[in-house]
Design a protein around this ligand. Structure first.
Ligand SMILES: Cc1ncc(C[n+]2csc(CCOP(=O)(O)OP(=O)(O)O)c2C)c(N)n1
Ligand SMILES: [Mg+2]
Length: 583
């Protein structure tokens, strides 16, 4: 009788008979309880066993060659799924390698959690020189949305819950979670451990806009003679695709997708003004920003791009801004109608109240259509040329066809010319297919994005990479081959950064912008069992891409591009400072 009672009540059992758990298992249980079942990381002290145990428990653990790439993978997984992407790193150097990606996630408003092992607190705090000693929490704090440390196994559940909420609620961002080495082996009663875990309820609660703000926004919109809607990656993130389409179509306004919002409505949609960008920015009288910030990518909402007279002059238009953050309005110019809430709720509220709207004046729509027609005709002409050597346009004409034939494929893009030409030439047809350098114009996201895109979507991935851009994460082609992912990488090889033609005026070294001429990136892929193809003509490129997609094999195509073809910094040449002192 006494024995039976003891079995039913493990808490009162003698210590050595109670079932125990530890930090390792509690972290795994906490992740799984919250549906976080993929980890992107690099193993080592103190998290090697954690990775093994996580894998054994059914979590997918994707091991990279460098933490930065694992971090970028986690960040874009967050963007694609609206759940925090999890990156796992070792202490000090591994943590620092992952930190760039955490800061990138925060800047881009992607939910991500960087979980890093760290060294012994008492040694770190006395600065006694521990293995990989670093006060990681202090370093992470200014670079992310929130940072937490867990010292006791009983706090793991709460620690992860705080990290999840911070990452996905409000404006999403990067969160740092510091787990000191001793935490992993800490033992506690299993039942108490289970009770300490938290399943986060409604991690990103809807934020409903105020009715008067909705009315104000609609009044401004309805007063427009030349309206324009700009869709940002916040709109893509929201996964409110149908409502956004309905609002755009109801308004009848031309829309402009920011790079990662391409495909939210098809680039071929009749209202898409992508091919008339300069006209619509300059001439619109009312601009509705949906999940797009007026940062450098939109010339801060002022200056000549926006019809202003001088560099910093306001163009005179009115702005409506839908954004989750109340602090976003007036960041660069006056916002006449801020609408604060999550994009899904804001768009739904506008749709509910909009009533009948008359289409924008024909004069405006015709002016945009004319400009579009002219630019599309010019582009068609350029794309039809077939120069030798191949240039960006003749190569991208092929990519454009392949993407059109495979609209479900994920599309990764980085570089300077390799980015800017691709963005304007390759149309997107579905939401959240195009992922690229984002807010910072960062190089190095390529292979991390490819891995996460393949893992999260289960779809074919196509990557168009500048040869410089590719080099930042090139070693991860081994990761792509190891996991046998359906990734087709096209390296636009113009022998360097922007161009391959620069020379050192002193004749001593190669110029800072050029690489080994005629490099064969395709052979890197072959080293790991993938398919490598050297393509010097559009026909060879087309054949190789079609075969990659048919076979689903990891493929790298070295597309040989005219080394004179690019321009300095692609489309952002003007951001280069110029020397005040002429020679
Ligand atoms: C992390 C980081 N380092 C450096 C840069 C500066 N940068 C901008 S584009 C670029 C590479 C451009 O060359 P490539 O990828 O070959 O594109 P191309 O213009 O030649 O097509 C570099 C290094 C950056 N944006 N990000
Ligand atoms: Mg290049």
């Amino acid at each position: 009788m006494a024995e039976a009672a003891l079995k039913e009540s493990p808490a009162s059992a003698p210590e050595d008979e109670r079932e125990l758990t530890d930090g390792f298992h509690l972290i795994i249980d906490a992740l799984k309880l919250n549906g976080l079942t993929t980890i992107y990381g690099v193993p080592g002290i103190p998290i090697t066993d954690f990775g093994r145990m996580a894998q054994a428990s059914g979590i997918r653990v994707l091991s990279f060659r460098h933490e930065q790439n694992a971090g970028y993978a986690a960040s874009i997984a967050g963007f694609l799924t609206k759940k925090p992407g999890v990156c796992l790193t070792v202490s000090a150097p591994g943590f620092l390698n992952g930190l760039t990606a955490l800061a990138h996630a925060t800047t881009n408003c992607f939910p991500m959690i960087l979980i890093s092992g760290s060294s012994e607190r008492e040694i770190v705090d006395l600065q006694q020189g521990d293995y990989e000693e670093m006060d990681q929490l202090a370093i992470a704090k200014p670079l992310c949305k929130a940072a937490f440390r867990v010292l006791h196994a009983a706090d793991i559940g709460i620690g992860l819950a705080r990290a999840i909420r911070a990452a996905v609620s409000g404006r999403p961002g990067g969160v740092y979670l510091d787990l000191p080495a001793k935490l992993f082996g800490q033992v506690m009663d299993a039942e108490a451990g289970t009770k300490s875990l938290v399943k986060v309820i409604d991690a990103a609660p809807a934020q409903i806009p105020a009715p008067d703000a909705v009315k104000r926004a609609l009044d401004v919109l309805k007063g427009a003679k030349r309206p324009l809607i700009i869709l940002g990656k916040g709109a893509a993130y929201a996964q409110a695709d149908d409502a956004i389409r309905a609002l755009v179509e109801k308004s009848g306004a031309p829309f402009l997708p920011m790079s990662m919002a391409k495909g939210l409505l098809s680039d071929l949609h009749p209202q898409c003004a992508g091919a008339a960008r300069s006209t619509v920015l300059k001439d619109a009288d009312v601009v509705m920003l949906i999940g797009a910030r007026l940062n450098w990518l939109l010339s801060h909402g002022k200056g000549k791009t926006w019809g202003g007279k001088g560099h910093k002059d306001w163009g005179g238009q009115k702005f409506i801004q839908l954004d989750i953050s109340p602090q976003e309005a007036d960041s660069n110019v006056r916002i006449d109608a801020p609408l604060v809430g999550d994009i899904g709720s804001c768009v739904a509220a506008l749709l509910k109240e909009i009533g009948s709207v008359s289409k924008p004046p024909a004069e405006w729509l015709n002016a945009v259509a004319e400009k579009k027609k002219g630019n599309v005709a010019k582009m068609t002409e350029t794309l039809a040329k077939n120069p030798t050597p191949m240039n960006f346009h003749s190569a991208l004409n092929v990519v454009r066809d392949i993407v059109k034939a495979n609209p479900d494929a994920m599309f990764v893009n980085e570089g300077a010319n390799a980015l800017d030409f691709t963005r304007s030439i390759v149309d997107m047809y579905k939401p959240r297919k195009r992922i690229d350098v984002g807010t910072w114009g960062i190089m190095g996201v390529g292979m991390g994005y490819c891995v996460a895109a393949a893992v999260v979507s289960g779809q074919q991935v196509i990557a168009v990479e500048g040869d410089s851009a590719f080099g930042f994460s090139g070693m991860e082609v081994e990761t792509v081959c190891r996991y046998d992912l359906p990734v087709c990488i096209v390296v636009m090889n113009n022998n360097g950064v922007y161009k391959g033609t620069d020379q050192d005026p002193t004749g001593r070294d190669p110029a800072p912008t050029v690489f080994v001429k005629g490099a064969r990136y395709d052979r890197l892929m072959e080293a790991f069992g993938g398919v490598g193809v050297n393509a010097a003509t559009p026909a060879e490129l087309r054949k190789a891409m079609e075969e990659a997609i048919r076979s689903k094999k990891p493929t790298l195509i070295n597309a040989v591009i005219d080394e004179t073809a690019g321009t300095e910094s692609g489309r952002i040449t003007s951001l280069n400072p110029t020397a005040g002192k002429k020679k």
